[in-house]
Design a protein around this ligand. Sequence first.
Ligand SMILES: Cc1cc2nc3c(=O)[nH]c(=O)nc-3n(C[C@H](O)[C@H](O)[C@H](O)COP(=O)(O)OP(=O)(O)OC[C@H]3O[C@@H](n4cnc5c(N)ncnc54)[C@H](O)[C@@H]3O)c2cc1C
Length: 356
Amino acid sequence: MAEKYDVIVVGAGPAGSLASLILARGGKRVLLVDKASFPRHKVCGDCLNPRVWDLWKSYDLIDSFKALPQQRIEGVRIEHDQETLLRRNFESLKQPFISVDREIFDTWLVQEAIKSGVDFLHETRVQTVHFSGKVETSVGDFQADWILGADGRNSVVARNAGLMAPLENCRRVGWQAHLELENLDSDLHLRFFSEGYSGLSLINDKKANLWMVLDSKVSGIPQKIANRYFPNLPALVWHSITPITRKPSALGKETIWLIGDAARVVEPFTGEGIYFALLSAEIAAKSILKVKRVEERAGALLDYQREHELLCHSQIQLGMVLRWLLRSPERAYRWIPWIRYFPGPVSRMINRLIGM
Ligand SMILES: Cc1cc2nc3c(=O)[nH]c(=O)nc-3n(C[C@H](O)[C@H](O)[C@H](O)COP(=O)(O)OP(=O)(O)OC[C@H]3O[C@@H](n4cnc5c(N)ncnc54)[C@H](O)[C@@H]3O)c2cc1C
């Protein structure tokens, strides 16, 4: 007979690990599975929105998070080719803006989930999920009262459960590489160029992270673009991910719910993806923990949907303008230089993004 859990969480990124941790601490028997072999690489800018500190505080994770190798980001620069249009200083932030290699960060959160009582299986690919609670994986079948899909922007759980919105025609591809760069300052550099945009920041005292969002027509050449701005760069190992844009999925149906990128994808430029994934995990896990009887399940899903909508609301307002600009590299390249004439509104937008 398939082993039985209260909740099976599919995907051990930030959303899956935090949801598992909260559920296990709340008394649930939780299985967390991931297809990757941990520690695993993740295409990301590695930057954590300062608001994550509130979550670390809530779950008593501050000390163990601080022990991770990390880099404090001192400011953000918006650049147009070689020109800096605007710099916003982060030195006065009460909660520091930090970057951490995702390989280290995600493994840390999985370990914290395990310490909280979660069973973790890596190298375990989920193939099919059923509303009966059955989960078919590459290592056998499992059974649960609840299935949480935290399996990222190409979620198998969302597709299986019929929750995923039809794919948009997204022409953009995300690229990322780690590198060593001499004399790089501690700022996050957001650079616009004719083929798309990029982010660059240190992630520790030696290594930096360079990521790009490029139109797929030019997606074969992130290295060529990098060479344009950093001559003498060695050939880097590039990882890619797609789609960058996707319509939001339905958040859940009966026993199957979605969290993190599986539910909604955030534009990389905003640096909010991880924070957003963590918050959606928290509200979903808390809604599940409130349920005492099977009949209360539908109400719990409504609670989750309501809170998720509230969570998205401010981001959607911000996102509408940004999305319009960023979806077309040509448009962004043409319009971004104008921000030098609007330092006030741009600073206010950055403040909102980082919760100042
Ligand atoms: C180029 C780029 C740069 C970004 N930079 C930043 C940044 O600097 N800061 C930020 O906050 N956000 C950034 N983001 C967004 C951020 O990476 C995501 O929002 C975040 O990783 C979402 O977390 P998640 O837990 O929902 O999913 P993920 O981190 O994607 O984790 C999903 C997990 O599910 C597993 N999985 C998938 N399918 C299966 C399956 N069938 N069975 C089992 N396991 C499965 C995967 O192996 C993976 O471990 C960036 C995104 C891109 C594309």
